[in-house]
Design a protein around this ligand. Sequence first.
Ligand code: TRP
Length: 331
Amino acid sequence: MQNKIILTGVTPSGIPHLGNYVGAIRPAIQSQYDYQQALYFIPDYHSLIKLQDAKLRQHYILHNAATWLALGLDTDKTIFYRQSQVPEITELAWILSTITAKGLLNRAHAYKDLAAKNLEQNEDPDAGISMGLFNYPVLMAADILAFNAHYVPVGKDQIQHIEIARDIAMRFNHIYGETFVLPEAVIDEKVETLPGLDGRKMSKSYQNTIPIFLSSKDLRKLIMKITTNSQTPEEPKSTENCTLFTLYQAFAKPEQTTALAKRYAAGIGWGEVKQMLFELIDQELSTARERYDHYVAHSALVEEILAEGAKKARSIAAPILKLAKEKAGLL
Ligand code: TRP
């Protein structure tokens, strides 16, 4: 076991999908016993940026929490909490924002891409961009630095945010003296970005996702909808850039993947591949599905677990915030 802190979260701005599962939740749960402390949280303040429907947010928060719990998050060993229940994080975010160069945030891709798109469409570059979106990386830095986390497992699209958190930590340490640990992103190179129903990256914004928890019947239906080309069953097929193959690989044992690659070379019908994919995913998730339904039906229990987690999280964040305030001459 490593004497280190690991921390991550998935924004509750939708129902968690297989991309979240393979890229973040599954590896996080797999490594929950590998470090001195694992902190997994629900970044509900981050969800305010894209989602402004209060009811829907509550719904997503519950389903996000139920997902982690159903998939085996051990609340005795890990700390599981909601960001908004740990006020130390937002307090720290303000302090960090005062030492963060605006230029650093100008270069953050979420903001930069939107501003570029606006310019392309001859709009004001800042049209539709809130300060929340612009400051997003500062809040994310506070999420991490408030716990002095060493490792942050994330998808490739989040690497820049971890680098920004590192920059901010370095800057604070430089100005006020050694305070924060410099965090590092942990990227699983084996896990490719998971493609969605249409072959593009699985993402809420493309509406091409497969939710983690569906009934067997609905899961099968959705998998049958995955876009394929018009090759006949007999034709040898390439595994390269094949949506079905990439999805299969994310759930299969290595020998299963090798076996499927052989079938591809010999010729296999897409319908059969889809059925194999369905069975594989269904098998991996079927026992967790029942636990999921249980947690979703018992939201008070979930709230209790999160409140307990927030207490533990605050006990770690409070002394770190105190030290930062001391260093900055606030105490
Ligand atoms: N930005 C992450 C996402 O979009 C969520 C997130 C917020 C996060 N704060 C974090 C992830 C801190 C890791 C560490 O899914």
